[in-house]
Design a protein around this ligand. Structure first.
Ligand SMILES: *[C@@H]1O[C@H](CO)[C@@H](O)[C@H](O)[C@H]1NC(C)=O
Ligand SMILES: *[C@@H]1O[C@H](CO)[C@@H](O)[C@H](O)[C@H]1NC(C)=O
Ligand SMILES: *[C@@H]1O[C@H](CO)[C@@H](O)[C@H](O)[C@H]1NC(C)=O
Length: 410
Protein backbone atom coordinates (compact mmCIF):
# COMPACT_ATOMS: atom_id res chain seq x y z
CA UNK A 1 0.00 0.00 0.00
CA UNK A 2 2.68 2.37 1.07
CA UNK A 3 4.88 1.39 -1.85
CA UNK A 4 2.06 1.87 -4.37
CA UNK A 5 1.41 5.32 -2.98
CA UNK A 6 5.05 6.14 -3.36
CA UNK A 7 5.10 4.93 -6.98
CA UNK A 8 2.13 7.10 -7.87
CA UNK A 9 3.74 10.07 -6.20
CA UNK A 10 7.00 9.41 -8.05
CA UNK A 11 5.22 9.44 -11.36
CA UNK A 12 3.18 12.52 -10.51
CA UNK A 13 6.33 14.32 -9.43
CA UNK A 14 8.13 13.43 -12.64
CA UNK A 15 5.24 14.55 -14.81
CA UNK A 16 4.57 17.84 -13.04
CA UNK A 17 8.18 18.86 -13.07
CA UNK A 18 8.29 18.47 -16.84
CA UNK A 19 5.59 21.06 -17.17
CA UNK A 20 6.87 23.48 -14.61
CA UNK A 21 7.57 26.80 -16.28
CA UNK A 22 11.28 27.26 -16.53
CA UNK A 23 12.13 30.96 -16.87
CA UNK A 24 15.56 30.61 -18.43
CA UNK A 25 16.57 33.81 -20.23
CA UNK A 26 17.82 33.51 -23.80
CA UNK A 27 21.16 35.08 -22.81
CA UNK A 28 22.12 31.88 -20.98
CA UNK A 29 24.56 29.82 -23.02
CA UNK A 30 23.14 26.64 -24.57
CA UNK A 31 19.79 27.46 -23.09
CA UNK A 32 17.83 24.40 -24.26
CA UNK A 33 20.44 21.95 -23.13
CA UNK A 34 20.28 23.63 -19.74
CA UNK A 35 16.47 23.49 -19.62
CA UNK A 36 16.60 19.74 -20.32
CA UNK A 37 19.35 19.15 -17.79
CA UNK A 38 17.32 21.09 -15.26
CA UNK A 39 14.33 18.78 -15.80
CA UNK A 40 16.35 16.03 -14.21
CA UNK A 41 17.27 18.20 -11.23
CA UNK A 42 13.74 19.47 -10.76
CA UNK A 43 12.26 16.00 -10.97
CA UNK A 44 14.67 14.74 -8.39
CA UNK A 45 13.97 17.71 -6.13
CA UNK A 46 10.20 17.10 -6.33
CA UNK A 47 10.68 13.42 -5.56
CA UNK A 48 12.88 14.35 -2.63
CA UNK A 49 10.17 16.68 -1.31
CA UNK A 50 7.49 13.99 -1.63
CA UNK A 51 9.71 11.40 -0.08
CA UNK A 52 10.31 13.64 2.92
CA UNK A 53 6.59 14.40 3.29
CA UNK A 54 5.81 10.69 3.21
CA UNK A 55 8.51 10.04 5.76
CA UNK A 56 10.41 7.63 3.50
CA UNK A 57 13.74 9.39 3.29
CA UNK A 58 14.84 12.94 4.05
CA UNK A 59 15.22 15.47 1.22
CA UNK A 60 19.01 15.48 1.07
CA UNK A 61 19.08 11.68 1.25
CA UNK A 62 17.18 11.53 -2.05
CA UNK A 63 19.19 14.35 -3.59
CA UNK A 64 22.35 12.34 -2.93
CA UNK A 65 21.26 10.36 -5.98
CA UNK A 66 23.04 13.04 -8.06
CA UNK A 67 26.27 12.15 -6.32
CA UNK A 68 25.84 8.42 -6.88
CA UNK A 69 24.85 8.78 -10.54
CA UNK A 70 28.17 10.47 -11.24
CA UNK A 71 30.14 8.26 -8.87
CA UNK A 72 33.53 6.93 -9.95
CA UNK A 73 36.30 4.94 -8.34
CA UNK A 74 39.40 7.12 -8.70
CA UNK A 75 42.22 4.96 -10.07
CA UNK A 76 45.78 5.53 -11.20
CA UNK A 77 46.61 5.71 -14.88
CA UNK A 78 49.84 6.19 -16.83
CA UNK A 79 49.96 9.91 -16.05
CA UNK A 80 48.34 10.25 -12.62
CA UNK A 81 49.01 8.33 -9.45
CA UNK A 82 45.90 8.20 -7.24
CA UNK A 83 45.75 7.21 -3.59
CA UNK A 84 43.04 7.31 -0.94
CA UNK A 85 44.43 8.53 2.36
CA UNK A 86 43.52 10.04 5.72
CA UNK A 87 44.90 13.45 6.67
CA UNK A 88 44.43 14.02 10.39
CA UNK A 89 41.48 11.62 10.36
CA UNK A 90 39.79 13.16 7.29
CA UNK A 91 39.42 11.18 4.08
CA UNK A 92 41.23 12.61 1.06
CA UNK A 93 41.99 11.46 -2.45
CA UNK A 94 45.52 12.47 -3.50
CA UNK A 95 46.36 12.85 -7.20
CA UNK A 96 50.04 13.12 -8.12
CA UNK A 97 52.02 13.14 -11.35
CA UNK A 98 52.98 9.54 -12.07
CA UNK A 99 56.38 10.69 -13.28
CA UNK A 100 58.47 10.94 -10.09
CA UNK A 101 60.99 13.41 -11.50
CA UNK A 102 61.29 15.16 -8.16
CA UNK A 103 64.97 15.93 -8.58
CA UNK A 104 64.06 18.41 -11.33
CA UNK A 105 61.66 20.77 -9.63
CA UNK A 106 59.38 20.78 -6.61
CA UNK A 107 55.69 20.72 -7.47
CA UNK A 108 52.77 22.98 -6.94
CA UNK A 109 49.77 21.75 -4.94
CA UNK A 110 46.04 22.48 -5.01
CA UNK A 111 43.84 21.48 -2.08
CA UNK A 112 40.36 21.20 -3.57
CA UNK A 113 36.94 21.25 -1.88
CA UNK A 114 34.00 19.99 -3.92
CA UNK A 115 30.64 21.78 -4.07
CA UNK A 116 27.17 20.56 -3.12
CA UNK A 117 25.90 22.95 -0.45
CA UNK A 118 27.74 21.17 2.40
CA UNK A 119 25.08 18.44 1.97
CA UNK A 120 25.83 16.74 -1.35
CA UNK A 121 28.71 15.81 -3.59
CA UNK A 122 31.91 13.85 -3.24
CA UNK A 123 35.46 13.89 -4.47
CA UNK A 124 34.55 10.60 -6.13
CA UNK A 125 32.35 12.14 -8.83
CA UNK A 126 33.30 12.05 -12.50
CA UNK A 127 33.64 15.82 -12.99
CA UNK A 128 35.78 16.30 -9.86
CA UNK A 129 37.94 13.32 -10.69
CA UNK A 130 38.43 14.65 -14.22
CA UNK A 131 39.24 18.16 -12.98
CA UNK A 132 41.80 16.84 -10.50
CA UNK A 133 43.57 14.87 -13.26
CA UNK A 134 43.65 17.94 -15.48
CA UNK A 135 45.18 20.00 -12.67
CA UNK A 136 47.84 17.34 -12.13
CA UNK A 137 48.85 17.04 -15.77
CA UNK A 138 48.61 20.69 -16.78
CA UNK A 139 50.21 22.18 -13.66
CA UNK A 140 52.49 19.33 -12.67
CA UNK A 141 50.71 19.65 -9.33
CA UNK A 142 49.68 17.44 -6.47
CA UNK A 143 45.92 17.67 -5.90
CA UNK A 144 44.39 16.88 -2.53
CA UNK A 145 40.65 16.39 -2.99
CA UNK A 146 38.91 16.52 0.37
CA UNK A 147 36.07 14.18 1.39
CA UNK A 148 34.76 16.36 4.23
CA UNK A 149 31.70 15.12 6.14
CA UNK A 150 28.26 16.33 5.04
CA UNK A 151 24.97 17.63 6.44
CA UNK A 152 22.41 16.66 7.63
CA UNK A 153 24.46 13.98 9.43
CA UNK A 154 27.00 16.65 10.38
CA UNK A 155 26.38 20.36 10.83
CA UNK A 156 28.65 23.41 10.95
CA UNK A 157 31.48 23.61 11.95
CA UNK A 158 32.26 19.96 11.08
CA UNK A 159 32.64 20.64 7.33
CA UNK A 160 34.87 23.63 7.98
CA UNK A 161 36.93 21.78 10.57
CA UNK A 162 37.50 18.79 8.28
CA UNK A 163 38.69 21.20 5.60
CA UNK A 164 40.92 23.06 8.04
CA UNK A 165 42.47 19.93 9.50
CA UNK A 166 43.40 18.66 6.04
CA UNK A 167 45.08 21.94 5.11
CA UNK A 168 46.97 22.17 8.42
CA UNK A 169 48.13 18.59 8.04
CA UNK A 170 49.28 19.04 4.44
CA UNK A 171 51.13 22.30 5.12
CA UNK A 172 53.64 20.65 7.44
CA UNK A 173 57.11 20.64 5.89
CA UNK A 174 57.49 16.91 6.47
CA UNK A 175 54.27 16.15 4.61
CA UNK A 176 54.98 18.57 1.77
CA UNK A 177 58.38 17.06 1.16
CA UNK A 178 56.88 13.58 1.10
CA UNK A 179 54.87 14.70 -1.95
CA UNK A 180 57.73 16.79 -3.45
CA UNK A 181 55.65 19.95 -3.00
CA UNK A 182 57.16 23.43 -2.91
CA UNK A 183 55.92 25.05 0.36
CA UNK A 184 55.71 28.39 -1.46
CA UNK A 185 53.31 27.12 -4.12
CA UNK A 186 50.20 25.74 -2.42
CA UNK A 187 46.66 26.95 -3.20
CA UNK A 188 43.22 26.21 -1.85
CA UNK A 189 40.32 26.06 -4.25
CA UNK A 190 36.73 24.93 -4.52
CA UNK A 191 33.42 25.50 -6.24
CA UNK A 192 30.21 26.75 -4.62
CA UNK A 193 30.18 25.46 -1.01
CA UNK A 194 33.72 24.28 -1.68
CA UNK A 195 34.66 27.88 -2.50
CA UNK A 196 33.15 28.84 0.84
CA UNK A 197 35.38 26.35 2.63
CA UNK A 198 38.45 27.47 0.66
CA UNK A 199 37.85 31.15 1.49
CA UNK A 200 37.18 30.39 5.17
CA UNK A 201 40.27 28.20 5.49
CA UNK A 202 42.47 30.88 3.87
CA UNK A 203 41.24 33.45 6.42
CA UNK A 204 41.62 31.26 9.48
CA UNK A 205 45.07 30.08 8.46
CA UNK A 206 46.35 33.67 8.23
CA UNK A 207 45.15 34.30 11.77
CA UNK A 208 46.72 31.17 13.20
CA UNK A 209 49.88 32.26 15.07
CA UNK A 210 51.35 28.74 14.97
CA UNK A 211 51.04 28.37 11.20
CA UNK A 212 54.41 28.56 9.46
CA UNK A 213 53.72 27.60 5.84
CA UNK A 214 51.09 29.86 4.29
CA UNK A 215 49.05 29.62 1.11
CA UNK A 216 50.15 31.27 -2.11
CA UNK A 217 46.73 31.58 -3.68
CA UNK A 218 43.00 30.94 -3.39
CA UNK A 219 40.76 30.18 -6.35
CA UNK A 220 37.06 30.55 -5.62
CA UNK A 221 34.60 29.28 -8.22
CA UNK A 222 31.11 30.78 -7.84
CA UNK A 223 31.58 30.66 -4.05
CA UNK A 224 28.95 30.95 -1.30
CA UNK A 225 30.20 33.66 1.06
CA UNK A 226 27.46 34.93 3.33
CA UNK A 227 24.24 33.80 5.00
CA UNK A 228 22.95 37.12 6.30
CA UNK A 229 21.27 38.60 3.24
CA UNK A 230 19.51 36.10 1.02
CA UNK A 231 17.80 38.85 -0.99
CA UNK A 232 20.71 40.39 -2.85
CA UNK A 233 19.89 41.42 -6.44
CA UNK A 234 21.32 38.11 -7.70
CA UNK A 235 19.14 36.13 -5.28
CA UNK A 236 16.13 38.09 -6.53
CA UNK A 237 17.00 37.99 -10.23
CA UNK A 238 17.87 34.28 -10.25
CA UNK A 239 15.47 32.86 -7.72
CA UNK A 240 14.06 30.33 -10.21
CA UNK A 241 17.23 29.68 -12.20
CA UNK A 242 18.21 26.10 -13.08
CA UNK A 243 20.53 23.98 -10.94
CA UNK A 244 20.46 26.26 -7.90
CA UNK A 245 17.12 28.01 -7.32
CA UNK A 246 16.89 30.20 -4.23
CA UNK A 247 14.88 27.60 -2.29
CA UNK A 248 17.63 25.05 -2.70
CA UNK A 249 20.37 27.47 -1.65
CA UNK A 250 18.33 28.46 1.41
CA UNK A 251 17.84 24.80 2.16
CA UNK A 252 21.60 24.20 1.96
CA UNK A 253 22.32 27.14 4.26
CA UNK A 254 19.77 26.12 6.86
CA UNK A 255 20.85 22.47 6.76
CA UNK A 256 24.46 23.52 7.21
CA UNK A 257 23.48 24.97 10.58
CA UNK A 258 20.56 22.84 11.74
CA UNK A 259 17.83 20.45 10.61
CA UNK A 260 15.30 22.58 12.54
CA UNK A 261 12.88 23.63 9.79
CA UNK A 262 12.15 26.92 11.51
CA UNK A 263 15.48 28.25 10.32
CA UNK A 264 14.65 27.31 6.72
CA UNK A 265 11.38 29.24 6.89
CA UNK A 266 13.01 32.24 8.55
CA UNK A 267 15.74 32.28 5.91
CA UNK A 268 13.22 31.99 3.07
CA UNK A 269 11.64 35.19 4.41
CA UNK A 270 15.13 36.71 4.85
CA UNK A 271 14.03 37.32 8.45
CA UNK A 272 16.66 35.29 10.24
CA UNK A 273 19.06 37.93 11.49
CA UNK A 274 19.44 38.12 15.24
CA UNK A 275 20.76 41.15 17.14
CA UNK A 276 24.08 39.28 17.04
CA UNK A 277 24.36 39.03 13.25
CA UNK A 278 22.77 42.45 12.70
CA UNK A 279 25.97 44.21 13.69
CA UNK A 280 27.68 42.42 10.78
CA UNK A 281 25.18 43.42 8.08
CA UNK A 282 27.51 46.26 7.12
CA UNK A 283 29.93 43.68 5.67
CA UNK A 284 27.33 42.32 3.23
CA UNK A 285 25.73 45.63 2.32
CA UNK A 286 25.29 45.22 -1.42
CA UNK A 287 24.33 48.82 -1.95
CA UNK A 288 27.89 49.65 -0.88
CA UNK A 289 29.84 46.73 -2.42
CA UNK A 290 28.11 45.87 -5.70
CA UNK A 291 29.17 47.68 -8.86
CA UNK A 292 26.29 49.81 -10.11
CA UNK A 293 25.70 47.66 -13.18
CA UNK A 294 24.79 44.74 -10.92
CA UNK A 295 22.65 46.78 -8.52
CA UNK A 296 20.38 47.58 -11.47
CA UNK A 297 16.96 48.79 -10.37
CA UNK A 298 16.97 46.89 -7.10
CA UNK A 299 16.53 49.03 -3.99
CA UNK A 300 18.50 48.19 -0.91
CA UNK A 301 16.69 47.41 2.30
CA UNK A 302 18.63 45.94 5.18
CA UNK A 303 17.27 42.53 6.28
CA UNK A 304 15.05 42.86 9.35
CA UNK A 305 16.42 41.91 12.74
CA UNK A 306 14.32 39.40 14.61
CA UNK A 307 14.50 38.94 18.35
CA UNK A 308 15.02 35.30 19.22
CA UNK A 309 11.77 34.37 20.85
CA UNK A 310 10.82 30.71 21.33
CA UNK A 311 9.18 30.34 17.91
CA UNK A 312 12.30 31.59 16.17
CA UNK A 313 15.36 29.59 15.30
CA UNK A 314 17.32 28.43 18.30
CA UNK A 315 20.28 30.47 19.39
CA UNK A 316 23.05 28.13 18.28
CA UNK A 317 22.41 28.57 14.53
CA UNK A 318 22.25 32.31 15.18
CA UNK A 319 25.74 32.22 16.57
CA UNK A 320 26.92 30.13 13.59
CA UNK A 321 25.43 32.60 11.17
CA UNK A 322 27.58 35.38 12.56
CA UNK A 323 30.68 33.18 12.33
CA UNK A 324 33.11 34.05 9.50
CA UNK A 325 34.10 30.38 9.26
CA UNK A 326 30.61 29.96 7.77
CA UNK A 327 30.33 33.38 6.11
CA UNK A 328 33.80 34.59 5.08
CA UNK A 329 32.39 37.98 4.02
CA UNK A 330 31.83 38.83 7.68
CA UNK A 331 35.42 39.67 8.56
CA UNK A 332 36.66 43.26 8.90
CA UNK A 333 39.11 44.70 6.34
CA UNK A 334 42.01 44.12 8.72
CA UNK A 335 41.57 40.36 8.24
CA UNK A 336 41.20 40.62 4.46
CA UNK A 337 44.41 42.63 4.06
CA UNK A 338 46.82 39.75 4.63
CA UNK A 339 45.02 37.18 2.45
CA UNK A 340 46.74 35.41 -0.45
CA UNK A 341 45.94 36.59 -3.97
CA UNK A 342 42.61 35.45 -5.25
CA UNK A 343 40.82 34.25 -8.35
CA UNK A 344 37.05 34.70 -8.20
CA UNK A 345 34.70 33.31 -10.83
CA UNK A 346 31.12 34.56 -10.98
CA UNK A 347 28.16 33.77 -13.23
CA UNK A 348 25.41 36.18 -14.22
CA UNK A 349 22.59 33.65 -13.76
CA UNK A 350 23.48 32.53 -10.27
CA UNK A 351 21.94 33.45 -6.90
CA UNK A 352 25.50 33.54 -5.54
CA UNK A 353 26.80 36.04 -8.09
CA UNK A 354 26.67 38.96 -5.65
CA UNK A 355 28.43 37.05 -2.88
CA UNK A 356 31.39 36.73 -5.25
CA UNK A 357 31.14 40.33 -6.49
CA UNK A 358 31.06 41.73 -2.95
CA UNK A 359 34.12 39.70 -1.98
CA UNK A 360 35.96 41.00 -5.05
CA UNK A 361 35.17 44.60 -4.06
CA UNK A 362 36.12 44.08 -0.44
CA UNK A 363 39.34 42.17 -1.16
CA UNK A 364 40.47 44.77 -3.69
CA UNK A 365 39.80 47.69 -1.40
CA UNK A 366 41.78 45.89 1.31
CA UNK A 367 44.69 45.71 -1.16
CA UNK A 368 44.54 42.03 -2.11
CA UNK A 369 45.41 41.14 -5.70
CA UNK A 370 42.24 39.74 -7.29
CA UNK A 371 41.53 38.33 -10.73
CA UNK A 372 37.79 38.42 -11.30
CA UNK A 373 36.29 36.50 -14.19
CA UNK A 374 32.60 37.06 -14.79
CA UNK A 375 30.63 34.92 -17.23
CA UNK A 376 27.70 36.96 -18.61
CA UNK A 377 26.04 33.81 -20.05
CA UNK A 378 27.04 31.56 -17.15
CA UNK A 379 24.88 29.65 -14.67
CA UNK A 380 25.63 28.13 -11.28
CA UNK A 381 27.47 24.83 -11.35
CA UNK A 382 28.46 25.21 -15.01
CA UNK A 383 31.98 23.93 -14.40
CA UNK A 384 30.63 20.47 -13.56
CA UNK A 385 28.98 19.92 -16.92
CA UNK A 386 31.86 18.51 -18.89
CA UNK A 387 30.44 15.06 -19.52
CA UNK A 388 27.90 13.51 -21.78
CA UNK A 389 24.90 13.93 -21.96
CA UNK A 390 25.19 17.37 -20.40
CA UNK A 391 28.42 18.61 -21.87
CA UNK A 392 28.47 22.42 -22.01
CA UNK A 393 30.99 24.45 -23.97
CA UNK A 394 31.12 27.01 -21.16
CA UNK A 395 32.35 24.34 -18.73
CA UNK A 396 35.44 23.72 -20.85
CA UNK A 397 36.10 27.45 -21.26
CA UNK A 398 35.80 27.97 -17.49
CA UNK A 399 38.15 25.08 -16.77
CA UNK A 400 40.74 26.41 -19.22
CA UNK A 401 40.62 29.95 -17.81
CA UNK A 402 40.83 28.68 -14.25
CA UNK A 403 43.82 26.47 -15.00
CA UNK A 404 45.52 29.27 -16.94
CA UNK A 405 45.25 31.51 -13.88
CA UNK A 406 46.81 28.82 -11.71
CA UNK A 407 49.60 28.37 -14.26
CA UNK A 408 50.47 32.06 -14.02
CA UNK A 409 49.84 32.62 -10.32
CA UNK A 410 50.72 29.47 -8.42
C1 LIG B 1 24.42 50.29 3.28
O1 LIG B 1 25.14 51.16 2.43
C2 LIG B 1 24.42 52.34 2.10
C3 LIG B 1 25.22 53.09 1.03
O2 LIG B 1 26.59 52.97 1.23
C4 LIG B 1 24.18 53.14 3.38
O3 LIG B 1 23.44 54.30 3.06
C5 LIG B 1 23.41 52.27 4.37
O4 LIG B 1 23.28 52.95 5.59
C6 LIG B 1 24.12 50.97 4.61
N1 LIG B 1 23.28 50.09 5.43
C7 LIG B 1 23.78 49.16 6.28
C8 LIG B 1 22.80 48.36 7.04
O5 LIG B 1 24.97 48.96 6.40
C1 LIG C 1 13.23 51.16 -6.59
O1 LIG C 1 12.76 52.44 -6.24
C2 LIG C 1 12.41 53.26 -7.34
C3 LIG C 1 12.08 54.67 -6.82
O2 LIG C 1 11.33 54.60 -5.66
C4 LIG C 1 11.22 52.62 -8.06
O3 LIG C 1 10.87 53.41 -9.19
C5 LIG C 1 11.67 51.24 -8.54
O4 LIG C 1 10.58 50.57 -9.14
C6 LIG C 1 12.17 50.38 -7.37
N1 LIG C 1 12.73 49.16 -7.90
C7 LIG C 1 12.29 47.95 -7.56
C8 LIG C 1 12.96 46.79 -8.22
O5 LIG C 1 11.41 47.77 -6.75
C1 LIG D 1 19.01 35.56 22.14
O1 LIG D 1 20.18 36.11 21.52
C2 LIG D 1 21.08 36.69 22.43
C3 LIG D 1 22.17 37.36 21.64
O2 LIG D 1 22.54 36.58 20.57
C4 LIG D 1 21.61 35.60 23.37
O3 LIG D 1 22.53 36.15 24.28
C5 LIG D 1 20.42 35.00 24.11
O4 LIG D 1 20.88 33.92 24.90
C6 LIG D 1 19.37 34.48 23.13
N1 LIG D 1 18.18 34.07 23.85
C7 LIG D 1 17.55 32.91 23.64
C8 LIG D 1 16.34 32.66 24.44
O5 LIG D 1 17.93 32.12 22.80
Amino acid sequence: MRFEGFAVVLLAGALTSYYVYSPVPSEVEEKWKLVLTDCFFRTLSHLADFSEVLGLKDYMGVMMFITFVEGVVPVSDERVLVSEEQFDGVEVVVYQPAQQDASVELRRAVIYFHGGGWCLGSTRMGPYDQLARKLVTELNAVVVSVEYRLAPAHHFPVQFEDAYHVVKHFLQNSVLSQYYVDPGRVAVSGDSAGGNLAAAVAQQLQQDPDQKVQLKAQALLYPVLQALDLNTPSYQQNQHMPILPRTLMVRFWSEYFTSDKRLFHAMMANAHNSPESATLLKFVNWSAFLPESFRQAYNYTAPPVVENESSGPSSSPQRSMADPRASPLLVPDSVLRSLPKAYVLTCEYDVLRDDGLMYVTRLRSAGVEVTHQHYPGGFHGALMFTMWPSDFEIAHRMTENYIRWLQLNL
